[in-house]
Write a protein that binds this ligand. Structure first.
Ligand code: HEC
Length: 316
C-alpha cells in the first residue's frame, strides 16, 4: 500500500520526491479519523437510542472490571501512534538531510519578497529556476523578521529566522511553475510575499544561468524592468498609477526626471544614479513624508537596475 488516492482533491499536485510520503501519511491519518469517527459516533448514537431511560427505570450499577479489555484499548492506540511516529520520522529524516549531490542556492527573505542567489553569485528576486530531477539545497536567512519558506507542491516548509541560517532541500520531479508562499505572518504585505519556483530541464537551466543578466528574448529593457518590478515585490510598496496616493512607499508615477523633496529639506533630481541608490541603499536619501516605513535593501545587478529604470521612465 504505497498510495492512497486523494479522492476529495485535498492536496495540491505532487512535484517533488518528498511529496508522496507526506501525502501518504496525511491520507492515512485522514482516513483513520474518518473510520474512527463513524465507528465511535455510530456506536454512541446506537446505544443512546437503544438504552435510553424509560419512565420508571432506575440506573444499573456499573458492570465488573474487565482488565483484558482495558489493556486492549490502551495498547491498540499505542501501536497505531508508534507506527505513525515511525512513518513521520522516516520522511522527516529524508527531508532533513540533503543529498551530497545537491546544488546550493542562498535564499534571503525580507519584507516582503524572496531573493535567490545562484551558485554563480547572480541574484534574482521572485523566481527560482531549478533543474528537474536534481536535488537542490536552499540556505536561507532573513534580513528583518521571521518568515517561512513554503512550497506546497513540494511539501516543504521551513522557517527563516533572523540571526540564523536554516536549510531545506527538495528534488523537483515535474517541469512547471510552483508557488512559494511566506507562511509566517510578517507584517502589512505578508499576503503578497510570493515567489515562484520554475522547474526546467538541465539544458534550459544552463541556458538560463548564462543569460541571467540580459533581457529575455523578445522583450525590451523596459518590459523586462516591469517584470523585475513585480518579481522583486517593488509593487508591494509602490503604486505606479497616475494620481494614486502612495502606498508604503511613494507612488513612482512621473518620478523619473522630477525633483524629489527629501526629508530634512532639499531635493534630489531623480535620475538613474538616484534610482540605483534608492535600490541598493534606500536609507541614503529619504523621500519627504515617508519616515514611518523603511524600504528594504535590494542587491540587484546594474543591468537589472537599468531595466527597472527604463520601466520607471515609461511611467509618465
Ligand atoms: C517595504 C516596502 C518597499 C519595497 C518592497 C520597495 N520600496 Fe522603494 N521605497 C519605499 C519607501 C518607504 C520609500 C521612501 C523612503 C526612502 O526614500 O527610502 C521608497 C523610495 C523609493 C524610491 C524613491 C522614490 C521617490 O519618490 O523619490 C525609489 C526610486 C524606489 N523606492 C524604488 C524601489 C524599487 C525599484 C523597488 C524594488 C526593487 C522598491 N523600491 C521596493 C518602500 C519600499
Amino acid at each position: 500500500m504505497d498510495h492512497i488516492p486523494d479522492i476529495f482533491g485535498q492536496l495540491p499536485k505532487q512535484a517533488s520526491t518528498l511529496a508522496a510520503s507526506v501525502d501518504w501519511l496525511y491520507q492515512f491519518i485522514f482516513w483513520a479519523c474518518v473510520i474512527m469517527f463513524v465507528v465511535i459516533i455510530g456506536a454512541m448514537l446506537f446505544f443512546v437510542a437503544k438504552y435510553r431511560a424509560k419512565p420508571g427505570e432506575k440506573p444499573l450499577a456499573p458492570g465488573p472490571k474487565h482488565t483484558t479489555l482495558e489493556l486492549a484499548w490502551t495498547f491498540a492506540p499505542l501501536i497505531l501512534l508508534g507506527a505513525l511516529f515511525h512513518w513521520g520520522f522516516q520522511s522527516y529524516v529524508f527531508s532533513a538531510v540533503a543529498p551530497a549531490t545537491s546544488i546550493e542556492f542562498r535564499v534571503r527573505a525580507k519584507k516582503w519578497n524572496w531573493e535567490f542567489e545562484y551558485p554563480s553569485g547572480s541574484r534574482e528576486g521572485g523566481v527560482l529556476v531549478v533543474p528537474v530531477h536534481q536535488p537542490v539545497k536552499l540556505i536561507m536567512s532573513s534580513e528583518d523578521v521571521l518568515h517561512s519558506f513554503f512550497v506546497p507542491a513540494f511539501r516543504v516548509k521551513r522557517d527563516v529566522v533572523p540571526g540564523m541560517y536554516s536549510t531545506v532541500w527538495f528534488e523537483a520531479t515535474e517541469l512547471g511553475e510552483y508557488d512559494v508562499f511566506c507562511a509566517e505572518y510578517c507584517g502589512t504585505s505578508h499576503s503578497s510575499m510570493f515567489a515562484k519556483v520554475r522547474v526546467v530541464t538541465a539544458a534550459q537551466y544552463r541556458e538560463f544561468v548564462l543569460n541571467m543578466d540580459r533581457p529575455p528574448a523578445g522583450k525590451t529593457k523596459a518590459q523586462w524592468g516591469a517584470e523585475l518590478f513585480t518579481a522583486n515585490s517593488c509593487s508591494a510598496c509602490h503604486h505606479v498609477v497616475a494620481g494614486e496616493a502612495g502606498g508604503v512607499g511613494p507612488n513612482l508615477f512621473g518620478v523619473i526626471g522630477s525633483e524629489q523633496p527629501l526629508e530634512g529639506g532639499g531635493t534630489v533630481h531623480a535620475d538613474l544614479a538616484y534610482v540605483r541608490e534608492s535600490v541598493l541603499r534606500p536609507q541614503a536619501k529619504i523621500v519627504r513624508g515617508f519616515t514611518t516605513a523603511q524600504m528594504s535593501t535590494f542587491t540587484l545587478s546594474d543591468s537589472r537596475i537599468e531595466a527597472i529604470y527604463a520601466y520607471l521612465e515609461t511611467l509618465r
